[in-house]
Design a protein around this ligand. Structure first.
Ligand code: NAD
Length: 232
């Protein structure tokens, strides 16, 4: 069975990483237009850097049972499982998942606006450090801001086309193109399941939608899938 799992901010909420739609559409108290758009970066680069530097520093949290359950599922399914995450945290990897695509980029990566090179980055970017590849002080967070094109769309589409099961976890269904994956998977014959705290904007499109905490729903679903005779 080929499974594609889409995760959003809700899967990391129980680890202590706040989602943003639950807080009146603000991301840690900021309007996304002010901190997560190319226009904001041109207008106020220091503000944008301070925001993402703070998010990077806040990664000192631990994966929760939902992340661990997906890592356990990968142990069983191997290449037949792909996790596509909208999250920019590294909690899937720290739980042990290796087949993860970060369609909105990663906090622990910096991208050089001068040479295009990518570098693993754990410190701050707000003091405009030199790019390790070209030496120019033009590094930006390697995250996809609103209005930019998500990463890995070709690989994601191929995976959705071949999926037997598409599962969406902890995402509001408000941010496209991710919110459209359920329709794409359905059009290619997949069964679809949503696991979210509350009905999302696209819940009605799924074959099944379960409401509750990801830390409880995801381990229970993985147990079901791994029950003898299910995940072949
Ligand atoms: P979102 O904030 O728009 O929606 C989160 C969804 O998760 C909501 O529907 C909410 O009901 C649900 N939820 C909250 N707590 C939950 C829990 N404990 N268990 C299950 N579901 C829970 O998130 P989104 O749809 O991922 O879109 C947000 C965008 O913001 C993404 O593109 C992402 O890049 C960015 N973001 C990332 C992080 C992160 O990396 N952890 C955090 C905040 C925002």
């Amino acid at each position: 069975m080929k499974v594609v799992v889409l995760t959003g901010a809700g899967i990391s909420a129980e680890s202590g990483v706040p989602t943003f739609r639950d807080a009146d559409g603000l991301w840690e108290g900021h309007r996304v237009e002010d901190v997560a758009t190319p226009e904001a970066y041109v207008a106020q680069p220091h503000v944008v850097h301070r925001f993402f530097d703070a998010r990077r520093a806040a990664l000192a949290v631990e994966p929760n049972p939902a992340h661990h359950a997906l890592a356990r599922l990968e142990e069983h399914l191997g290449d037949d499982l792909l996790v596509v995450t909208q999250n920019i945290d590294d909690l899937h990897e720290r739980a042990g998942s290796t087949r993860v695509l970060h369609m909105h980029g990663e906090l622990l990566s910096a991208r050089c606006r001068a040479c295009g090179g990518r570098s693993r980055w754990v410190g701050d970017l707000g003091d405009f450090p030199p790019c390790p590849a070209c030496g120019v002080g033009a590094l930006r967070p390697d995250v996809v801001w609103f209005g930019e094109v998500p990463y890995e769309m070709d690989r994601i589409e191929v995976a959705l086309e071949g999926a037997d099961l598409f599962v969406s976890i902890g995402t509001s269904g408000a941010v496209y193109p991710a919110a459209g994956f359920v329709q794409y998977a359905l059009a290619h014959g997949a069964s679809t399941l949503e696991l979210n705290l509350q009905p999302s904007e696209v819940s009605l499109l799924f074959h099944e939608s379960r409401q509750g905490l990801a830390g409880e729903l995801v381990p229970a679903w993985v147990e079901e899938l791994l029950a003898p005779g299910r995940a072949q």
